[in-house]
Design a protein around this ligand. Structure first.
Ligand SMILES: [Zn+2]
Ligand SMILES: [Zn+2]
Length: 415
């Protein structure tokens, strides 16, 4: 039942084109001098009857709102339903395969897409300190710039507005800037007065908030070289173009045109294979600094995988040690750069040539986990054929192109 007592708040904040619900609540609460949890209650996102101290804003609201909540939030904030929808991550699925229920078929429930989907950053968010510093307007001077919705997508590792790399984690305490023990959407959601562009994690060994500044200059700890930044910005242009609502309808995958959203599922499979078989694809890294960063992360992942056991009732160990995207924007960008380069092969034969040594090396780690990545749910038809082809089967190998074409795809170079 809609709560009739929910009265509209003053329309005091216009959401930006790319702002997340989490950031909107932070900024609105700061503007109105109250806590995000109070705003969530006054806008119908959480029941107003729940005790103030324990009120937790569910993480699931980041993704989508049911019609009733959407309606009440729109009414109480004076936003249009369309403006509210733009604060949520679900609509990004039309351009981003890992959130696209029709590409992921029936094996993934909506709840699974949120809770077991590491390809949307829910607990952690990346950020651009320059965006958070605001655009100079009075509102942003006081309450900071928008927390962008796109920072929740692993393939977004740089800010093209400011031509710089995103950051993850707090420059002071090193934790995720929105670490919540309870798994809610906003850490310390019941506290009022905390500036939206400050770390909300609990300082280690204390009960108090870290509160370090995340905006402006001086937040960077280890700046990358100009060559590394340039390489990653080029890749981000490519990805942002594909993610844009009015972006191209197709992208290239081993020489074939696939739906732009699906490109990110192919990217997911390849980046898992790259981590799994590292340093096999190391030569394809754009700069030596990037290769060294991936070295460190791949080593950690291999140790974690080696220590892991197959879950009860399963024959194989979990593939997520390799398929989870890196939380670190720079490492993520480095691995996606290699994956994008492999996907840009001019045709399926060249693609298979490039992938064959990587696929061969999965057998030395754990064949069945490698197979799982090569048969990833939602993979494009061209990537499926290329990743599952066996060279020894000469006939099938020669017919890769026919098989892809038979499934309705056309070549990238068709006029
Ligand atoms: Zn920025
Ligand atoms: Zn901190």
């Amino acid at each position: 039942m809609p709560d009739a007592s929910l009265r509209p708040l003053p329309r005091s904040l216009d959401p930006l084109e790319d702002e997340s619900l989490h950031g909107y609540l932070l900024r609105l609460a700061h503007r109105l001098g109250t806590s995000p949890a109070e705003i969530a209650a006054r806008t119908g996102l959480v029941p107003a009857t729940v005790d103030r101290g324990t009120r937790r804003i569910p993480m699931g609201l980041l993704r989508n709102l049911d019609d009733q909540r959407l309606g009440v939030l729109a009414r109480t904030t004076n936003l249009t339903p369309e403006e509210v929808r733009r604060l949520l991550t679900a609509p990004l699925g039309s351009r981003y395969g890992p959130l696209n229920s029709s590409l992921l078929a029936k094996t993934r429930t909506l709840a699974g897409m949120l809770h077991n989907n590491s390809w949307i950053l829910t607990r952690a968010t990346r950020y651009c300190p320059t965006c958070l510093a605001g655009n100079g307007s009075e509102v942003e001077e006081r309450h900071g710039g928008a927390w962008r919705r796109s920072w929740r997508l692993p393939p977004v590792f740089a800010c093209l507005r400011h031509e710089r790399l995103l950051l993850n984690g707090c420059p002071h305490c090193g934790q995720d800037v929105n670490t919540t023990r309870t798994g809610g959407l906003i850490a310390r959601g019941h506290e009022a007065g905390l500036h939206p562009a400050r770390c909300r994690a609990t300082a280690p060994g204390t009960r108090t908030v870290c509160g370090a500044r995340l905006a402006g200059a001086g937040v960077d700890r280890a700046p990358q070289s100009p060559a590394t930044v340039a390489a990653l910005l080029r890749l981000q242009y490519h990805f942002d173009n594909l993610l844009a609502p009015d972006g191209p309808t197709w992208a290239g995958s081993f020489g074939w045109r696939i739906p732009a959203a699906q490109y990110f599922i192919d990217l997911r499979a390849l980046s898992g294979l790259i981590f799994m078989t590292w340093p096999q694809a190391r030569d394809l890294t754009e700069t030596t600094a990037l290769a060294a960063l991936v070295d460190r992360e791949a080593a950690r992942r291999h140790v974690a995988f080696a220590k892991s056991r197959a879950p009860i009732g399963k024959q194989r160990r979990a593939s997520h040690h390799f398929s989870d995207p890196s939380a670190d924007p720079v490492v993520a960008g480095a691995v996606f750069g290699i994956a994008a380069r492999l996907l840009s092969a001019p045709d399926e034969t060249a693609g298979h040539e490039a992938m064959a040594p990587i696929i061969a090396r999965t057998r030395g780690v754990e064949n069945v986990v490698g197979y799982q990545l090569r048969a990833l749910n939602g993979l494009s038809r061209s990537a499926s054929v290329v990743l599952l082809a066996v060279r020894q089967d000469k006939g099938a190998f020669a017919r890769m192109g026919q098989r892809i074409q038979a499934q309705g795809l056309s070549r990238v170079d068709t006029a």
